[in-house]
Design a protein around this ligand. Structure first.
Ligand code: G3P
Length: 219
């Protein structure tokens, strides 16, 4: 399973990359705004900076919601770097834009997926990734992980190449369950990845090893 980090913060991206387990990055307009990145030139420069840090894909989202606008913006984003994946919302014109980009060999990530029907439509259109938002479903008392299971099952039934990119992943159990269910990618905040490190028996076991070593060495 690939690990993507869901942020536009360069320090966090560097930290995750330095850990040696990061595959890619996802961003969205809210995450870019959080970093104070505004204006077309700044936004493009920021995507380029992200691409320089990571080895694999970087999702960059269009702002337009009409077909022509999404195609125009998406083409410009794709030109920035080979690692760019054009992120397109699951709306009617978005489906058409995904089909267009597929025919042009430009990778897409269909975002704001909240049902297996939407995921099926995105795969039919030729999306490279679909992003089901599991945390936001949990927030309204629908089981986000059930959606991951449904999409993985449907894609396996028909051999769709679209990768399931679990998004809105809020904690380590989300990540682990996504791995069990066969999601191809998870995207999450850095703390979810570093949360995997933690186990009290690892800490106490290491303390014991070091104490025993020190005791033996002092004899
Ligand atoms: O990748 C989508 C993600 O940024 C949404 O996460 O926690 O705002 O639901 P969240």
């Amino acid at each position: 399973m690939k690990f993507f980090i869901d942020t536009a913060n360069l320090d966090e991206i560097r930290e995750a990359h330095d850990l040696g387990v990061l595959d890619g990055v996802t961003t969205n307009p809210s995450l870019m705004a959080k970093e104070g990145i505004t204006g077309e030139a700044n936004i493009k420069a920021h995507y380029k900076a992200i691409c320089k840090i990571v080895n694999d894909k970087v999702s960059a989202e269009v702002i337009a919601t009409d077909y022509e606008g999404m195609v125009r913006e998406g083409k410009e984003l794709a030109k920035l770097d080979d690692k760019i994946v054009v992120k397109i919302p699951m709306i009617r014109d978005g489906v058409k834009a995904i089909r267009y980009f597929h025919s042009e060999g430009i990778r897409t990530n269909c975002t704001l997926i909240f049902s297996s029907g939407q995921a099926l439509l995105a795969a039919k259109a030729g999306a490279s990734y679909v992003s089901p938002f599991i945390g936001r479903l949990d927030d309204i008392a629908f089981d986000g992980l059930d959606l991951i299971a449904q999409i993985v099952h449907i894609y396996q039934n028909f051999g769709y190449e679209t990768e399931v990119l679990a998004a809105s992943v809020r904690h380590t159990m989300h990540l682990i369950k996504c791995a069990e269910l066969g999601a191809d990618v998870v995207t999450c905040p850095l703390k979810v990845i570093t949360g995997l490190l933690k186990h009290p028996l690892t800490d106490s076991g290491l303390a014991q090893f070091l104490a025993d070593h020190a005791k033996a060495a002092s004899k």
